[in-house]
Ligand binder design. Structure first.
Ligand SMILES: [Zn+2]
Length: 177
């Protein structure tokens, strides 16, 4: 069997690392939401431009890929823990996974991205951190009355206290090839 060509999907944490990402072969991409995190001037912006010079492409996931991904991450309670940029990276990986011609590998040190990726059987490459060894399902609870919060709100609808994420379930990661 011919091995699939890889596509490396670069998260901002990989660019902030300042590492040259020299392990990357084949194709590498990021999203415009990640691009927007880098303001002109400064070392991180220069690193980003260097990657673009080396062939980094900016590709955005479709709206339907984003929506499918959002539906899935609710199962793990990560929807309020991920930024729009994080979601764009995961949705782009999801899109490549569905298309099936290329093998997506997310390059990130972010724990929540790794967590979701592991549940969705996506491959990860970390830069400065060891890969996560446990994966978590989260739920939201009120800091005051301890009610479990399922509504899309920022404070408890009963007592008005703030909401925190607590681990509902933890298990060892499944190895992704
Ligand atoms: Zn409450």
């Amino acid at each position: 069997m011919v091995e699939k060509k890889q596509v490396f999907i670069i998260d901002s944490s990989a660019i902030f690392s300042g590492k040259p990402l020299s392990f990357i072969k084949d194709m590498f991409v990021t999203t415009s939401k990640i691009y927007d995190e880098f303001k002109p001037g400064g070392r991180d912006y220069r690193n980003f431009q260097l990657l673009i010079d080396k062939g980094l492409q900016i590709i955005d996931p479709s709206k339907s890929s984003i929506n499918s991904l959002l539906n899935k991450i609710r199962l793990f309670g990560e929807e309020k823990r991920l930024s729009d940029a994080d979601i764009s990276i995961l949705a782009l990986s999801y899109e490549y996974q569905k298309l099936g011609d290329l093998k997506p590998i997310i390059v990130t040190d972010d724990y929540s991205i790794q967590n979701v990726a592991n549940y969705l059987e996506m491959s990860i490459q970390t830069i400065n951190q060891n890969p996560i060894t446990k994966r978590f399902k989260w739920e939201r609870r009120c800091r005051g009355c301890r009610k479990k919060i399922i509504e899309d709100v920022d404070v408890c609808p009963i007592c008005g206290s703030s909401i925190k994420h607590v681990i509902k379930k933890s298990s060892p990661v499944k190895k992704q090839i």
